[in-house]
Design a protein around this ligand. Structure first.
Ligand SMILES: [Zn+2]
Ligand SMILES: [Zn+2]
Length: 432
């Protein structure tokens, strides 16, 4: 009899827990639908008023007011213009972070939307438009929506949700320093109490309704490469008295092609070494003293990254030496790898299937672009997913890509983002 009572009590608890969880799931669906119109109008407003990295004061102000209106503890001015909101659930549990990036780009919009951007600025000395050409306007609106959804179920949440609205994902660069909003937020301690972090990126070439993810290395690490080849200047008609840095640089460019084809274990993971510019000389009959090359390196793991750095130095250095020239190689690390913690990814995959339907959750290939979300993932396990933003009848091959003047998003895909972020937070807290 006693055993029966204990058993039935534990069954009762189990059923109640499942009921409570199921209840939260259905609340997410309902509340996300209720908040959808607001998400679209926030996004249109941000789209019409884009702000470049570390200048997102208007955006940040709207975000902070919204989070405060939901009863959150809000900190502004984190990493210059960032906003952090804390939602303490009614039950004890871990702190889970949800992140959105707020910055726009120096791109002139060509879309004929009623809320198209007409903002203009001077960037690196050039007149240009400013546009949310990467879709960060949708990220801010989606996370504001998720904040409203989660705040409405505050008393049932088993932990704390930290809403991170960060500036300057696209990076801020001048000759000496490069920085990113996420990097600076980490330096200001934003990840210290966080157990796991989730983020998404809208994608203009993935159909609405689809979520894409990849376990492990998902987006590349980026390094900037600079090679200076120093030779000896001479008259172009007397090449024997020169050490020709142009011929030497040509050999170096060709030598670098063997790194990916002959040194990288490409069956495991790809890599890229690209020379994007080469400068040397001023006149047809002068062999110059020096040639400068710049390029980009994309890798997916630290061992692969060090191998490639070593081979670049060996190839450039030894080819230059064989010609009697000298090569100075400098490599500057930019973004780390966007690495989705495999255990966390495996654990959260059912959540993605729950919100999108299992047929709409797909794996993606390694992306050769980069994300500053990677700085958060260096601190704590994180998962970064892609959300479909292309009209369902669109063609991924021809849909305008990110960072272009025709970049376009189908807004009907946003509500899935609200659901995904809310559900990731809830399910993570339920599981931990
Ligand atoms: Zn971008
Ligand atoms: Zn982006």
């Amino acid at each position: 009899m006693k055993k029966y009572i204990v058993l039935s009590f534990s069954v009762y608890l189990g059923v109640m827990t499942a009921f409570a969880q199921g209840n939260l799931d259905s609340q997410i669906v309902d509340r996300a639908a209720e908040v959808e119109d607001k998400v679209l109008s926030w996004r249109r407003d941000f789209h019409a008023h884009p702000e470049l990295g570390n200048e997102e004061t208007r955006t940040a102000g709207i975000v902070a007011d919204h989070l405060r209106s939901l009863g959150m503890e809000v900190t502004e001015g984190v990493a210059v213009t960032g906003v952090v909101g804390i939602l303490k659930g009614g039950k004890p549990g871990p702190t889970v972070a949800l992140r959105a990036d707020m910055d726009a780009l120096p791109v002139t919009e060509r879309n004929e939307l009623p809320f198209r951007s007409q903002v203009r600025t001077t960037y690196n000395g050039q007149e240009t438009g400013v546009m949310h050409a990467c879709g960060h306007d949708s990220h801010v609106a989606i996370l504001m929506g998720a904040a409203e959804v989660l705040a409405s179920m505050k008393k049932d949440l088993k932990g704390t949700v930290k809403f991170i609205f960060q500036p300057a994902e696209e990076g801020l660069e001048d000759k000496t320093v490069s920085t990113w909003g996420a990097k600076q937020m980490v330096e200001e301690g934003v990840m210290e109490d966080v157990a796991a972090v989730f983020g998404l990126h809208i994608n203009s070439q993935t159909p609405v309704g689809v979520i894409k993810y990849k376990s492990g290395p998902a987006m590349a690490a980026v390094d900037n490469l600079e090679i200076r080849v120093k030779g000896r200047q001479a008259h172009g008609a007397y090449p024997w008295s020169s050490v020709d840095p142009i011929v030497t640089s040509s050999q170096i460019v060709m030598g670098l092609q063997t790194i990916v084809s002959r040194n990288v274990k490409i069956i495991e993971i790809p890599a890229i070494v690209t020379i994007g510019a080469i400068h040397g000389g001023v006149r047809h009959n002068i062999i110059p003293e020096e040639v400068e090359m710049i390029g980009t390196i994309r890798t997916y793991s630290e061992p692969q990254q060090s191998l490639i750095h070593r081979r670049i130095r060996e190839i450039a250095g030894n080819i230059a030496e064989s010609a009697g020239a000298a090569a100075e190689v400098s490599i500057k690390k930019m973004y780390p790898v966007t690495h989705n913690d495999p255990e966390l990814t495996e654990k959260m995959r059912p959540t993605l299937e729950k919100v999108a339907g299992s047929e709409n959750v797909r794996l993606h290939d390694p992306v050769t672009g980069a994300e500053d979300f990677s700085f958060f993932q260096k601190e704590r396990p994180g998962l970064f997913i892609f959300l479909g933003g292309m009209p369902a009848d669109g063609d991924p091959e021809t849909a305008p890509s990110h960072h272009t003047p025709d970049f376009y998003l189908d807004e009907s895909g946003f509500v899935l983002g609200v659901k995904a972020l809310s559900q990731l937070a809830v399910d993570y807290m339920e599981m931990n």
